[in-house]
Ligand binder design. Structure first.
Ligand code: ATP
Length: 207
């Protein structure tokens, strides 16, 4: 029996975490792609050993954990290194995310991933929820939160999936231009929709 999975995505600083936390408040299990990406390279994980073997022991800190800044620097300047790392990590991250989603103890599970569309994860979700926001608000909120320039935020946005493409793929859209106080009610309504769809999927799988 496969779990009903809702994908939650949106551009940088659109409000994914804010929205995801409201689903968590309703008892829904979240699987965050960024968290899983860190878990697969924790000390003791085979991928960390492979990275150290491939790039050298300098990729490990004194406590045995990954030297992220050094690895980031290496793949930034070396396309072959980046594709080697992607080929190692992407399948592992995907496998681990799916495992956690399937083991979720809630009627449906939420996959929170900034690059859900870019990484071809639309295939693994039953419904796609997009958090949408006007680009001007997005730039302002993100630059305030991360204390970076508006130009830096705009550059990251340009490297992400196009807003129109994201909206076209969405099954549901939460607009997050307004005050955050409007969000809980929107999430409660969507929660009812997903509970009904998840129950439908479960009933079908039992017939
Ligand atoms: P990232 O892609 O960087 O992980 P995100 O999509 O998870 O970001 P959040 O961190 O949830 O976005 O929100 C970005 C910033 O905007 C945060 O500082 C958050 O508190 C704020 N924020 C979110 N929604 C609203 C809102 N409706 N009104 C005002 N501020 C908001």
């Amino acid at each position: 029996m496969s779990k009903f999975i809702v994908g939650l995505t949106g551009g940088i600083g659109s409000g994914k975490t804010t929205v995801a936390n409201l689903f968590a408040d309703l008892g829904i299990v979240l699987v965050d792609a960024d968290v899983v990406a860190r878990q697969v390279v924790e000390p003791g994980q085979p991928a960390l050993t492979e990275i150290a073997t491939h790039f050298g022991l300098q990729m490990l800190q004194a406590d045995g954990s990954l030297n992220r800044p050094l690895l980031r620097e290496r793949i930034f300047s070396d396309g072959a290194a980046k594709s080697w790392l992607d080929q190692l990590l992407h399948p592992l991250i995907r496998q681990q995310m799916l495992l956690q989603l399937q083991n979720a103890g809630s009627p449906y599970a939420l996959l929170v991933a900034p690059l859900l569309i870019e990484n071809g994860l639309t295939r693994v979700v039953d419904q796609l929820l997009v958090v949408d926001i006007q680009p001007e608000t997005q730039i302002l909120r993100t630059s305030l939160r991360d204390k970076v320039s508006q130009q830096q935020v705009a550059a990251i946005m340009a490297s992400q999936c196009d807003r129109q493409q994201r909206l076209q793929l969405a099954d549901q859209i939460i607009n997050n231009d307004q005050d955050a106080a409007a969000l809980p009610e929107k999430v409660r309504q969507l929660h009812q929709v997903y509970l009904a769809l998840a129950a439908e999927k479960l009933a079908k799988s039992l017939t």
